[in-house]
Design a binder for this molecule. Structure first.
Ligand code: SAM
Length: 233
């Protein structure tokens, strides 16, 4: 099945998702994962002058980051969706840049970034390996990459099956009420099934110049966060 990911995230669905679904689900669950990830990354970095949020969407990471640190970093928000970047631009008033760019090719200098965040990002990349290499390129040696995503389930237990059922039912409800959004929800499930397991992804990071410092598991493995450090050579 072919999905046009760029169109999905530039469609009215993306704005609906951000303004309605995210506003409901984030305070209950996802913001907890985002905050945990940000705190884990903050523990690993020496300085915080430049931060890139890959697939920033409406800048949810940037907003939380500013609430969790006294540093005043330049936050570069990169995304392929202009409507979502515009939503973020309205709320993130701190010194920030907004770049409409694909997550395989970002117009950012080599080894210039202290920390990269990518929440629900690499899974959406047409070429996840290129995205990994792009993060490696822009990070300073010793810089940290915080990743949050829905990974392919690697071990089916009762807890995982239950959480997966809750997650899928919640998402499917949206396509029942708004049938035009079915393609986006179908794409979400498709992208998870075709993504790495968290162990496979950790291996990819290790093979591409990162040391994986921390992996956290949520909802029995439905979602995971990872912190990876660019190896000093
Ligand atoms: C589920 S949203 C997550 C947004 C944000 N990181 C958050 O946690 O709220 C996924 C984001 O990835 C962006 N995206 C998808 N494919 C992309 C690509 N190839 N390059 C850059 N951004 C992409 C979408 O436009 C969307 O904003």
């Amino acid at each position: 099945m072919e999905y046009n990911v760029k169109d999905i995230f530039n469609s009215p669905f993306a704005v609906f998702y951000e303004k309605v679904i995210n506003k409901i689900s984030s305070p209950i669950q996802v913001d907890r994962w985002r905050k945990r990830l940000i705190k884990d990354v903050l523990k690993e970095v020496y300085s915080l002058d430049v931060v890139v949020d890959y697939c920033s969407g409406a800048c949810n990471i940037g907003k939380l980051l500013l609430s969790l640190t006294d540093s005043q970093p330049l936050i570069v928000n990169c995304d392929i969706s202009k409507p979502l970047l515009n939503l973020g631009r309205r709320e993130l008033r701190q010194k920030s840049a907004f770049v409409c760019a694909d997550n395989r090719f970002f117009p950012i200098k080599d080894s210039s970034v202290d920390a990269v965040f990518s929440s629900f990002c690499v899974r959406n990349s047409p070429e996840p390996l290129r995205t990994v290499k792009e993060v490696y390129r822009v990070l300073k040696p010793g810089g940290a990459w915080g990743i949050l995503d829905f990974f392919k389930i690697q071990k089916r237990t009762f807890v995982t099956a239950f959480n997966n059922f809750v997650f899928r039912s919640f998402m499917k409800l949206n396509s029942i009420f708004i049938p035009s959004h079915r393609e986006a929800i179908d794409y979400l499930f498709y992208s998870i099934e075709n993504f790495f397991t968290v162990d496979e992804f950790s291996k990819v990071l290790e093979e591409n110049g990162f040391d994986v410092k921390l992996v956290r598991t949520y909802m029995g493995g439905v979602a995971n966060t990872l912190v990876a450090i660019k190896r000093e050579v």
